[in-house]
Ligand binder design. Sequence first.
Ligand SMILES: [Zn+2]
Length: 211
Amino acid sequence: MLSSLHFDSIEVAATAAQVGGTDEVPNVKSSLLIAILSAACAAQTQTLRVVPVHLDATVSIPKTIQFFCTHNYDGQACVNDSVALRHALAPYPLERLGTWSFLLVPTDDWRALVRGLRQNPVSPAFSLIDQRIIVVESSLLTATPIRDKNLMRTFGVIGSALLDLAVTHELGHGICQERDERRADDYGRELRQTKTVDCTKTPRRSQQSKH
Ligand SMILES: [Zn+2]
């Protein structure tokens, strides 16, 4: 997460048959239920209905990586945003994630989701390390003027630069199984600069504010 927040538990509560095909628009019948539990307060459970996204194979990424959108995500936007997210992820060593999911959530639902977990909704992405999921707000992929203003004020960048910043920070958490925000920032920076990361060394402590 591009802030100091953590979530510790996510459960797939129910699984329906997945749809097949290429570039298929997500279908509610294929939805899964994901319950997100806040580690700090198990009573703060949120259940998300999500749909798996099936993308064409024009960009080669590991088959162990899956994309999901929440059930109310616009169907075509889900495909487009997933493709854009995949494009942003492609330069990085995704095979080191192993089995991993990326979940897209509409901006309109983001505050409620994150606040419901008693966390700070400023960050447009967060990682559920134990559940091997990175949750991404749609505003990282599709411009939303009001939210963009807010993100610009907080992070100093917007658009593809913010997407890259967020993706590499979360990959720092995911690839290195790292919960510490400062270290995730350092791993993210190493990913941006070198397209790889050495999780065995302790990165130099950043002097920048943590986001
Ligand atoms: Zn983080």
